[in-house]
Each structure stands twice: as C-alpha cells, then as structure tokens.
Design a protein around this ligand. Structure first.
Ligand SMILES: *[C@@H]1O[C@H](CO)[C@@H](O)[C@H](O)[C@H]1NC(C)=O
Ligand SMILES: *[C@@H]1O[C@H](CO)[C@@H](O)[C@H](O)[C@H]1NC(C)=O
Ligand SMILES: *[C@@H]1O[C@H](CO)[C@@H](O)[C@H](O)[C@H]1NC(C)=O
Ligand SMILES: *[C@@H]1O[C@H](CO)[C@@H](O)[C@H](O)[C@H]1NC(C)=O
Ligand SMILES: *[C@@H]1O[C@H](CO)[C@@H](O)[C@H](O)[C@H]1NC(C)=O
Length: 297
C-alpha cells in the first residue's frame, strides 16, 4: 500500500516536471502593427509590398523562444512571427521577438517563452468580439498552448488603427475593447489575466485621439498601457519601423517584468491560478493519503 502510494506520488512528480513546452506563454493579438510590418515597404516598380529581411540582434531567434504555429505545434520562433497566421499579407518585424529577447536579457532565469501569435492586419474591434472568427481562433490557440505545463503570463494587445475612421467607431472603442478583454478572461478562465495594451502611434482615420484616450484610461484591473505615440513610422505613416518595434517590445518587456516583480512582492499569485491550484490539490491529497497510510501502518 505504502509502496504503491509512493510510486503514484513519484510518477506524479515526474509528470509535473517542466518538459519541452514553454513555461511562460504570451498571447499576441491585434492588427498589423502587432502582426509586424517593420521593414515592409512598397516596391514602386512592381507595386507590391516586400519585407527587407533585416533582423536586428534584438529580434534574433533563440532556443528559449518558441511560437505556436498555425498547425498548433511549438516551434522555434523567428521573424516574421505572424507569417503563417496573417498569411494574406506581407509580414515583417513586430514586437514579439524583441519583447521576448528583452525579457530573457533582463531575467536570464525567466524560463522558456511561448508566443501565441493571433494578430491579423486590417481588423477592427468589431471583428474581435466574442463569437467571431478572430476571437474563437485566439481562445482555441491559447487552449492548445496550455496543453503543456505553461502559464499564460499576459495578453499583448495592439489594435485600433481601423477604428479611427468615424467618430462613432472611435467613441465605441472603449466599451467594445473592454468587453472583449472581460469575455476573453472569462472564456480562458483566468479572471485576472494580465493585459498589456498599446496606445496607438497611428491610425487609418482622423479620430486617433479618441481611441488613444480609451486605451490610456484603464478601468479594468491588471490592464497596463504602453504608449507607442512618437515611435517612428514607415513611409506609409501607419506602420512602426523595425527599430520602433524593437523599442516597443522592450517597453512591453519592462511593463511585464515590473508587474511580475510587484506581484511577487505582494506575494499574491500572478495569474492562472487554476493550473497551480489543481497541482496543489493533487499534491495535498497524495500527501494526506501517504500520512494516513503511515498511521495505519
Ligand atoms: C505603392 O506605390 C504606388 C506608387 O506610389 C501606389 O500607387 C500604390 O498604391 C502603392 N501600393 C501599396 C500596396 O501601398
Ligand atoms: C485570406 O484571404 C481569404 C480570401 O480573401 C479570406 O477568406 C481569408 O479569411 C483570409 N485570411 C486571413 C487570415 O487573412
Ligand atoms: C469592421 O470590419 C468589418 C469587416 O471588414 C466590416 O464589415 C465592418 O463594417 C467594420 N466596422 C464596424 C464598425 O463593424
Ligand atoms: C465561434 O465559436 C462559437 C462557440 O463555439 C460558435 O457558436 C461560433 O459560430 C463560432 N464563430 C465562428 C465565426 O466560427
Ligand atoms: C517571481 O517569483 C518567482 C518564484 O519565486 C521567480 O521564479 C521569478 O523569477 C520572480 N520574478 C521576478 C520578476 O522577480
């Protein structure tokens, strides 16, 4: 009896050991500036968009940075991160790689990072509402990413350029985006999922400031904003350049490390309590069983 219990306990401990899949999962969602257009320019001769292929050191691949492919497999991440997700468009450098590299540089013990790219260029906030294709894909891909031992550290959200065309859309942005965050947290069963969102640097229409105001005023808990305003843009005056994406990635990394540090200090669990909790419950159960059987013995 005792031997059996010890065996169960051991095998359980084994299965809980971190394996190949990443420990620290980040969801990347939004439109083109999250998908990445850094280094993408218009070849006026052929009138096509081409990526210059320039990958600065801050965006290099690293065995500790994985991405969930369109086929839901963990693979080593490389630019362009959204190539198989935003596949109708010419993708370039986005914030995901420099974000991950900045975290690993600042905290070498952070552990393997798993990025879940979900951004699609040109999408407005209505296309992200609960029940939509984009929403479902984000929830489905995140659930697939959680099959291992990983914990979702945050949702990184950069979207809204398409909602600046009419005053009405811009004014509805606050309510619509907050609803999506609340729904996502609820459907992912992570009520306090940290969200880092970007305040726009550009937009397709004249109502950028109304959308920015919504993005800079966070009424939900655990939502932080990183401001992209002023970061240099490509000649299209819409997309962040590669150096701008590097800077943005570093700003997001600072934001996440800062918030993890402060939650560590307060001692509360940072996110995704359910996974940890279920481990805790099964361990406690095993240990009490073991103690019980020892007494009986
Ligand atoms: C590329 O540039 C040409 C010439 O300036 C312009 O007519 C065309 O709309 C541009 N195409 C894209 C996809 O930006
Ligand atoms: C790609 O284009 C096809 C055809 O227009 C469209 O049905 C599909 O939704 C697009 N997918 C993405 C990810 O942009
Ligand atoms: C958002 O995008 C969809 C698809 O392109 C479009 O049908 C819709 O009119 C756009 N705007 C709003 C406010 O829904
Ligand atoms: C998204 O998922 C919901 C629930 O499974 C489903 O009812 C809905 O039709 C899906 N939407 C799309 C666009 O596939
Ligand atoms: C927070 O605490 C955990 C567990 O003690 C540690 O692994 C992690 O490095 C800490 N994070 C930061 C940002 O200090």
């Amino acid at each position: 009896m005792l031997l059996l219990l010890m065996l169960i306990l051991l095998s359980h401990a084994w299965s809980v050991k971190p394996q190949q899949p990443p420990q620290n999962i980040f969801i990347l969602a939004g439109q083109s500036n999250m998908a990445g257009r850094g280094g993408v320019t218009n070849n006026t001769q052929t009138n096509t968009l081409v990526w210059d292929g320039i990958i600065p050191p801050q965006c290099q691949s690293n065995p500790s940075i994985l991405r969930l492919s369109a086929k839901l497999k963990w693979v080593q991440a490389h630019e362009p991160l959204h190539a198989d997700i935003d596949f109708n468009k010419t993708n370039g450098v986005g914030p995901g790689m420099p974000f991950s590299n900045a975290i690993l540089t600042k905290d070498p013990n952070f552990g393997v990072i798993g990025l879940v790219p979900c951004a699609i260029g040109g999408t407005n906030i209505s296309e992200w509402k609960k029940g939509s294709f984009l929403y479902n894909q984000t929830v489905g891909r995140t659930q697939a990413a959680l099959q291992g031992e990983g914990v979702i550290r945050a949702l990184l959200w950069y979207q809204g350029e398409s909602d600046t065309m009419t005053r009405e859309d811009a004014e509805l942005y606050k309510q619509k985006s907050e609803k999506i965050f609340v729904d996502l947290r609820s459907d992912l069963q992570i009520p306090m999922l940290p969200i880092i969102r970007v305040a726009l640097a550009s937009g397709l229409g004249p109502y950028i400031d109304i959308v920015r105001k919504a993005q800079l005023q966070n009424d939900l808990l655990n939502v932080q904003t990183v401001d992209a305003k002023g970061l240099p843009l490509e000649p299209d005056v819409l997309h962040l350049t590669t150096p701008s994406q590097v800077r943005l990635g570093e700003m997001m990394a600072d934001a996440i490390l800062q918030s993890m540090l402060s939650t560590n200090k307060t001692g509360s669990s940072f996110s995704n309590a359910p996974t940890k909790f279920s481990n805790f419950v099964s361990y406690s159960l095993m240990i009490s069983l073991l103690l019980c059987s020892l007494c009986l013995y």
